[in-house]
Design a protein around this ligand. Structure first.
Ligand code: ARG
Ligand code: ASP
Length: 719
């Protein structure tokens, strides 16, 4: 016992990284983390997880669409991801008659599976370290301040050069990409195969797939069945091909086995997926900037906007549906910012980062490496210099650009004005047609002008309260000049006078278009003025970017050198990573403890037929009443729903496979707890939890709820 303790103590001393922290790069896994994973219970060999030479688990993990992860679970290309990742596709197939969002959908045969133009699934065939190659190419550049080292187009050209045009021609659907890691200190090349025939196989109703909706979003304990099922199709040779009836299900290199054996608290778990973005290498100044500008502005503005939106949503069922998705996406980032600031303060991230900086300064001095001190001074200076501009940009983005929908009315009307002035009938007809289309895109089925009007008043008042008049978009000066500062009157007039203010206004304009009306249109002028301000701010802030990026690279390089010999993980950049840890509950506050597993009991406890977020479908209630759980119940007879684990995940990890020590699928990752989102800056071992839908709930829903048990036949289920 004592020996064990001593051993653990030395390991801990030698490891400043917190256990379970990290989003690890697969080719380095064996050298960096494999032993530790073994000691936590992993039963696999490193090459079972990742191997450059043979099929491994990594070949079953894919990018789903543009921002989620998915996993292949059958030899016929069946894919699991989240309901919220498939949401757009599910919505696109939904009509009043076939409302798959409300009712769910299950294809009973393969020809009922629904194609989704534009949706892709990306496999990572190969990962190569190419740091030396990229650095050698960069060295040919004589400009010491060249920004090519971060430029995607430059790096991707290098990637194409490396594999050769022939290779790409001979491999349809294959793309290569080089991405910078550690701020541009290391590079990896990814050879990707992109499939574009991806069909919807099934989805539970939103009352299950989005159960708890916004109230439960970023929350644990959670009771959401956040999954959907797709299938990847290929041409007869297994190559990527656009949708065609003659395409066949893809036979992948590798698919995941599914375990319904269950697990215990503290069991090993690991997740592979595509985390999008983290900021582990922030300096203390950037932590403060994030808290005091980015997060603070977002929290303040969205709170006001959502309050106004919700009032309207609760008044009118039509508005509730129209604004459900806008509200959800607003709320998603809002709650994240709250959690982020909570963690920054609670754990004094500023001090944590300051300690890191101090350590580097001391080490740099000792090693006679003055560049690190310079880099830190530069970063401090830049953060200080960009403060006002950054505040203005965040205020403009949050309150006006995202806050007020009519900021995006069509403004591209010059050609129409010219045609009208010249009385060019053909041109007028064409341009009016284009404008009508643009208007319809803006004034779509989810737009309620009354809601926009109400929110605009709230947003403009807050914006004017916080942003000095002299740096507002120029057009806002009218509020004082013409309306004596009366924002309500200003907004009302925009809606009355603009051709985009209502459907009637627009129809009236189309019937009798004049150049003068367009030239004087107040919403167009408002929008143009906001765009001009946005451009100016972006331009002004851009001056700082290059200097920032160069100093950041040097700072990160310093940390890597100082901590040489320790395993380091680079910030997330939407490349394939692995995180591991344990299935574990947590204590959110004194004297409170949340367990690591939720069950269907909790769904029933949360049921509220008067609140759309917590309605439980009758069929689920019947199955619950009969305890008709099939082989999916836990050992205690309860039906598992979700679990949480100490794994280090972030946005982009949604849909990621969660595996046990044998590498079998036990769940699908879909969220984090809000107390843990600060882990994007600094991992929080006692708070951070990935939120995962239990695979037994997924199978139960497919089998017992949807009656789509034929799908289970193509899966490998381990009991
Ligand atoms: N918080 C999760 C994520 O960041 C889930 C978002 C979808 N759900 C929602 N209610 N908005 O993506
Ligand atoms: N919900 C996130 C996603 O969609 C996951 C997370 O932020 O933890 O990727």
């Amino acid at each position: 016992m004592k020996r064990l303790f001593l051993f653990v103590a030395t390991v801990l001393l030698a490891l400043p990284l917190k256990a379970d922290e990290g989003m690890w790069i697969l080719p380095l896994l064996k050298e960096q983390k494999f032993d530790e994973m073994k000691s936590l219970g992993l039963k696999l060999q490193d090459y079972d997880i990742y191997s450059p030479d043979q099929a491994s688990l990594k070949d079953a993990v894919v990018i789903f669409g543009g921002g989620c992860t998915g996993e292949i679970v059958s030899p016929d290309g069946l894919l699991l991801t989240n309901h919220h990742c498939g949401y757009g596709s599910i919505q696109s197939h939904s009509t009043v008659d076939h409302d798959y969002l409300t009712d769910g959908f299950w294809a009973t045969t393969r020809d009922q599976e629904l194609p989704n133009p534009g949706l892709t699934v990306t496999f990572i065939d190969k990962i190569d370290e190419v740091t030396d190659y990229v650095k050698a190419e960069l060295a040919k550049d004589k400009d010491p301040n060249s920004m090519n080292y971060l430029s995607p187009s430059f790096l991707n050209k290098l990637a194409e050069k490396k594999v050769g045009k022939k290779f790409l021609q001979n491999n349809p659907g294959t793309e290569v990409e080089i991405k910078p890691f550690f701020g541009g200190n290391q590079y990896y090349m990814f050879t990707k195969k992109i499939y574009s025939d991806v069909r919807l196989v099934g989805t539970p109703p939103s009352a299950i797939g989005k159960f708890g909706a916004d109230t439960d979003n970023w929350m644990w304990p959670r009771h959401t069945g956040d999954f959907s099922v797709f299938r990847v199709y290929a041409d007869k040779n297994g190559n990527p091909a656009p949708y065609s009836e003659t395409n066949v299900p893809l036979h992948p290199k590798r698919w995941m086995k599914i375990s319904i054996k269950g697990f215990q608290e503290n069991d090993f778990a690991m997740i592979m997926g595509f985390p999008g973005r983290t900021n582990k290498y922030y300096t203390s100044w950037e932590v403060a900037e994030r808290r005091d500008i980015d997060n603070a502005v977002r929290i303040n503005i969205r709170e006001l906007r959502q309050k106004a939106m919700l009032e309207e949503m609760l008044k009118d069922p039509k508005v509730r549906i129209q604004y459900a998705s806008k509200y959800a996406s607003s709320e998603n980032a809002y709650k994240n910012s709250i959690g982020s600031n909570w963690a920054i303060n609670k754990r004094n991230f500023e001090q944590v980062k300051r300690d890191e900086q101090e350590a580097l300064l001391a080490w740099g001095k000792k090693e006679c490496q003055p560049q690190y001190e310079e880099a830190l001074l530069t970063l401090e200076q830049i953060v200080s210099d960009r403060k006002d501009l950054r505040s203005r940009k965040w205020m403009l983005d949050e309150a006006i650009v995202r806050g007020i929908e009519f900021t995006s009315v069509p403004t591209d009307v010059d050609t129409l004005i010219t045609a009208l002035t010249k009385d060019d009938q053909k041109g007028i007809k064409k341009q009016l047609f284009l404008l009508s289309n643009a208007f319809r895109r803006f004034y779509d089925k989810d737009y309620a002008p009354e809601v926009d009007r109400k929110i605009a008043k709230v947003m403009l008042k807050e914006y004017r309260r916080l942003v000095p008049t002299k740096v507002e978009p120029a057009y806002f000066a009218n509020i004082d000049k013409k309306y004596k500062g009366d924002v309500d009157k200003f907004v009302d007039e925009l809606f009355e006078k603009s051709i985009f203010g209502s459907q009637e206004n627009f129809s009236r304009f189309i019937a009798h278009p004049t150049a003068k009306e367009l030239e004087q249109d107040p919403m167009i002028q408002f929008a143009l003025s906001v765009k001009a301000e946005q451009r100016e701010l972006n331009q002004a802030l851009k001056q700082f970017d290059d200097g920032y990026n160069l100093a950041h690279r040097t700072y990160v390089e310093g940390l890597l050198r100082m901590n040489k010999g320790e395993a380091q993980w680079p910030d997330a950049n939407f490349t394939l990573r692995l995180t591991y840890g344990q299935i574990k509950g947590y204590s959110p506050r004194d004297c409170d403890y949340y367990g690591c597993q939720t069950t269907l009991d909790g769904v029933m406890e949360k049921e509220d037929s008067t609140n759309w977020e917590f309605v439980v479908p009758q069929r689920l209630k019947d199955l619950y009443a009969k305890k008709d759980f099939g082989p999916y119940a836990a050992a205690n007879g309860k039906m598992p729903v979700a679990l949480c684990a100490t794994t280090h995940t972030t946005g982009g990890n949604s849909g990621s496979p969660v595996m046990n020590a044998e590498g079998e699928l036990i769940g699908i990752n879909f969220d984090r707890n809000w107390e843990g989102v600060g882990g994007d800056i600094e991992y929080l071992p006692d708070y951070q939890r990935s939120i995962i839908v239990d695979i037994r709930y997924v199978l139960f829903l497919i089998d017992k709820y949807a009656g789509a048990d034929y799908l289970l036949k193509e899966m490998e289920i381990v009991k």
